[in-house]
Design a protein around this ligand. Structure first.
Ligand code: GLC
Ligand code: CA
Length: 565
């Protein structure tokens, strides 16, 4: 294995709109990120992934790009980007940008041209198709559903035909079969690398190829079934990525992390990112993101983590990638519920938060912290559907409401539990007005719990979640355990389904990572080990009796051990 800088990094994901507002218009911005670089350095991360700030009409908060080479006004200017790259580099922080290559905005000049006429030179930049006539009505070319609800096709009057859009209507899908599209998008990546960025997170990259346009299987009454297999992880994606790799990624010392939704199996994960794949450096997959009963409940207090599933998923990916590839490690991103609300325990936020952090940061891979995770920010308490800003949350709410028109409260709760807006609330910097995020009323939602949960408060308390994250990062990056934490082999230890215990080994070093996901007391037999040292834990004292560790609620301990043979 050839060791790369990104294997020794700890990442932090920034959603610019809600991170920090430097000029008081209520919206986070690039200068705001610059102002917080010292904060990030103190936390210890050395890589930031910044979500899109490109010029955009903001239908999907910037994932609908109008101009890849310019900045959306509310975020600042190109000068700010150059300054951000420069200052981050001076502080030893690498910059990874979102590379949105499945679609553009419908306001992108290519699409404006493309929709003009069937023989426009840009027509083939997008995926156009005639509709079908069924019983005298014009309908979409296929019944495929889109991620944000409704059809995966949008009708365009100008040429009386349909364009494909697997996200929103304002996000037409690029036609990657067209070499001109490939080359134009290669140019985008090259330009940003020349401007100094250190790599990309490739947005929605598994969707670049489509199945033949045939209807998907639908349930009775289901008009637009969402069948991921029609546009996920299909063969040509690999051709496109090999080309990108050859012309761009392999030429620069950069990192390329693919977002591979669409039930990417471990096997396809390896196809994308094994060391010998010649495609990507790593892939963000999602198998570990929904290991709970979220879809069955409406009361968040009834949420229960399925630890068995979670362990199975982690173990499978960690094991398959051993010696063959590298994984990013993250609990959430800007599309998912907040960690404490999702897998943590609202009765034990501090203990469960620290435990979850340890679970993730001690595995093999490159950890990514999502902004606010380090202080345990929680989901937003939605009490009005008008609070949803995210295009997919609005669609989800409407969908639930259509299912049960008499129960808007239920629809609100269901949409709220999953809403992507949960992760997009304003960062809680202090207990001051507007949480220190801005000196004006924030445009993003602000969670009312900011007086209790904020950065300033946690920096004053050595026992806070923030310091736990800092310590985990220090252990990985700077301690003598660096090698075993970064490179060590991973081995799951059999236990009951309240515990997640694993071992890491590298040469003569062994770490034992013991985590309880339970409110009840648990025990774990440590007789096969000689405990050398405790590296990090979330309770002041560890209780060991008769070679058994007696674990308190959500207790988490990392021991340096020697195995007794
Ligand atoms: C990815 C992004 C998400 C966005 C979608 C379309 O899944 O993470 O936020 O809506 O792609 O670009
Ligand atoms: Ca601003």
């Amino acid at each position: 294995m050839h060791q790369k800088w990104w294997m020794e990094s700890v990442g932090y994901q920034i959603y610019p709109k809600s991170f920090y507002d430097s000029n008081g218009d209520g919206i986070g911005d690039l200068k705001g990120i610059i102002e917080k670089l010292d904060y990030l350095k103190e936390l210890g991360v050395n890589l930031i992934w910044i979500c899109p700030f490109y010029d955009s009409p903001m239908d999907d908060n910037g994932y609908d790009v109008r101009n890849y080479f310019d900045v959306q006004e509310m975020f600042g200017s190109m000068e700010d980007v150059h300054e951000l790259i420069k200052q981050a580099h001076e502080k030893g922080i690498k910059i990874v940008l979102d590379y949105v290559l499945n679609h553009t905005s419908d306001e992108h000049p290519w699409f404006i041209e493309s929709r003009k006429s069937k023989d426009n030179p840009y027509r083939d930049y997008y995926i156009w198709h005639d509709g079908r006539t069924v019983d005298g009505h014009k309908i979409e070319p296929t019944n495929w559903g889109s991620f944000f609800g409704g059809s995966a096709w949008a009708y365009d009057e100008v040429t009386d035909s349909y364009y494909m859009k697997i996200f929103s209507n304002k996000m037409p899908d690029l036609n990657w079969k067209n070499e001109k599209v490939q080359d134009a998008m290669i140019e985008v990546a090259k330009t940003w690398l020349n401007w100094g960025v250190d790599g990309f997170r490739l947005d929605a990259v598994s969707h670049l190829d489509r199945a033949p346009f045939e209807d998907a299987k639908a349930l009775p009454n289901e008009k637009y079934p969402l069948d991921w297999f029609k546009f996920s992880n299909l063969p040509k994606v690999h051709d496109y990525l090999k080309k990108l790799n050859q012309e761009v990624f392999s030429v620069h010392d950069c990192v390329a992390i693919g977002e591979v939704g669409g039930s990417a199996s471990i096997e396809s994960g390896l196809n994308y990112s094994a060391f010998d794949s010649n495609e990507l450096s790593m892939v963000f997959s999602f198998d570990h993101n929904w290991c709970n009963n979220l879809s069955d409940i409406i009361n968040p207090k009834k949420l229960k983590t399925n630890v068995k599933d979670l362990k199975t998923v982690f173990n499978a990916w960690q094991t398959a990638f051993k010696d063959r590839g590298w994984l990013p490690l993250n609990w959430l991103n800007h599309d998912q519920p907040r960690l404490i609300s999702h897998y943590g325990d609202y009765k034990y936020p501090l203990q469960s938060g620290k435990m979850l952090a340890t679970v993730l940061h001690m595995m093999r891979g490159t950890p990514f912290i999502y902004q606010g995770e380090e202080i345990g920010m929680t989901n937003y308490p939605f009490d009005d559907a008008a609070q949803f800003n995210d295009v997919s949350s609005i669609a989800a709410y409407q969908y639930y409401l259509e299912q049960e028109p008499d129960d808007p409260v239920k629809a609100l709760k269901r949409a709220g539990l999953r809403s992507r807006d949960n992760a997009r609330t304003a960062m809680q910097w202090s207990n001051k007005l507007f949480a220190g995020f801005s000196y004006q009323k924030p445009i993003p939602l602000l969670n009312p719990n900011y007086k209790k949960v904020n950065v300033q408060k946690q920096l004053k308390n050595q026992n806070s979640l923030w310091y736990h994250y800092q310590k985990l990062i220090q252990l990985r990056r700077f301690s003598i355990q660096h090698d075993v934490i970064t490179l060590g082999d991973f081995e799951l230890i059999e236990t009951n389904d309240e515990l997640y215990v694993y071992k890491r080994t590298f040469q003569d070093q062994t770490l034992l990572i013991i985590n309880s996901f339970s409110r009840k007391k648990q025990s774990f037999d440590v007789s096969p080990y000689e405990i050398v040292e405790t590296l990090i834990t979330n309770y002041p004292k560890t209780n060991i009796k008769d070679q058994k560790i007696l674990l308190k609620p959500y207790e988490s301990i990392v021991f340096k051990v020697k195995e007794i043979l």
